[in-house]
Design a protein around this ligand. Structure first.
Ligand code: PLP
Length: 393
């Protein structure tokens, strides 16, 4: 079978191509390329999409939600840390099993990243480990809602409320995912902590045609501070209150996002449907552990990530590639094993779950255009390659 893609951006874009062309033309005609109507319109529409959820939310959270668009998801994390005043001498707790951005921004600000392990089943931050890692220098906690599911925000908010340490939720992979605790209090990923951040990198669930990102907060003052940081530290032109960045969302990206946002729920259900099909096809394959659905979170499946017992993962991935089935490993190394973070002084063996996951996880093709025939082929090849590998050992 030909043409199976890990991510199929063209397929999706082609379906909404006339709308995209129209939106891009609107920006060309407007001569407003940075900020302006498109960015403001998108911010309002994203806010509505985020705030539309049923059920009661957690106590103490205000009804206000402010959206601050910026240039990318990495900047969004950095801006959140800057708005909270984090710098040299401060510690920020974050998982060892994550994309590099989360940790990079802590280092860039001269603060110290304190890594903790994750849970083997959900891949999300281990909240007990977070509690143990807190010192008087801890100034923020950055959980990452990995692959499409929320970290345990109930437990994290309890820690935050008890200690006063703010939380920044990295929502780059889990936009519109919903968390619900065992008392039925629910809310969207990114709207619990002091800040939520997200990315509109093309392969994210809501991707644009380049880089883009945003911060969410319920705190008006933090929103103002974050907004000024995105624009050279000032809200009024040529008046600078603080050292900031140049980190703005382009009008053309905002216009594209305004076309895609109304389809996001449908795109998420297409991903969820594909995940159900994989689950069904893979549930009786002995060697494969299918993704655990956390009962406290919906799953928006930015990735469909299986685990393979034994050391078969790399050989399987090579075999599948020969069969025309692309796969990816998110992530092949824990942050503590990255050269860039040698200085943190962690050793191999310190985060056993992260290390095990980095050797066993495999993400299968996941996007809105997958057909069930493709999925059947993918799983058939996977089963056959696995039995070949087993036959050899
Ligand atoms: C993609 C991603 C980011 C970074 O987003 P960019 O827009 O590429 O800067 C940060 N954190 C996580 C978990 C991501 O997946």
């Amino acid at each position: 079978m030909e043409g199976i893609k890990m991510v199929d951006l063209n397929g999706l874009m082609n379906r909404i191509r006339p709308e995209l062309d129209h939106a891009i033309k609107r920006v060309l005609d407007s001569e407003r390329f940075i900020g302006g109507e498109e960015v403001e319109g998108f911010s309002k529409e994203l806010k509505s999409a985020l705030c539309l959820h049923e059920g009661k939310t957690m106590e103490g959270l205000s009804d206000d939600v402010f959206i601050v668009p910026c240039a990318n998801g990495t900047d969004a994390l950095q801006i959140a840390l800057m708005a909270l005043g984090i710098g040299p001498g401060d510690e920020v707790i974050t998982p060892a099993f994550t994309f590099i951005s989360t940790v990079e921004v802590i280092a860039l600000l001269g603060a110290k990243a304190v890594l903790v392990d994750v849970q083997a089943d959900t891949f999300n931050i281990d909240c007990h480990a977070v509690e143990k890692a807190i010192t008087e220098k801890t100034k923020a906690i950055i959980p990452v809602h990995l692959f499409g599911q929320c970290a345990d925000m109930g437990a994290l908010m309890a820690i935050s409320n008890k200690t006063g340490i703010p939380i920044i939720e990295d929502t780059a992979q889990s936009l519109l995912s919903t968390y619900c605790d065992d008392q039925g209090r629910s809310g969207r990923a990114g709207l619990f902590g002091a800040f939520g951040t997200t990315s509109f990198f093309p392969s994210k669930n809501l991707g644009c045609l380049g880089d883009g990102g945003a911060l969410f907060t319920r705190d008006r003052n933090l929103a103002q501070t974050a907004k000024s940081i995105t624009n050279h530290g000032g809200l009024k032109r040529y008046h600078h209150d603080r050292v900031g960045l140049n980190s703005r969302l382009d009008a053309v990206q905002a216009a594209v996002l305004r076309v895609k946002l109304p389809h996001l729920k449908t795109h998420i259900s297409q991903r969820q449907k594909a995940a159900d099909i994989y689950d069904d096809l893979l549930k009786n394959v002995d060697e494969v552990v299918i993704p655990v659905r956390d009962e406290k979170s919906s799953h928006v499946f930015n990735q469909y990530t299986i685990k393979l017992e034994g050391e078969v993962r790399d050989e399987l991935a090579r075999g599948l590639a020969e069969d025309g089935v692309p796969t990816s490993v998110y992530y092949p190394k824990g942050i503590h094993e990255q050269k860039a973070f040698e200085e943190l002084g962690y050793k191999t063996g310190e985060f056993p779950i992260t290390e095990k996951l980095s050797k066993t996880v495999l993400s299968l093709p996941m996007h809105t255009e997958l057909s069930s025939a493709q999925q059947k082929y993918i799983v058939a090849r996977l089963v056959s390659r696995l039995s070949e590998i087993k036959g050899e050992v």
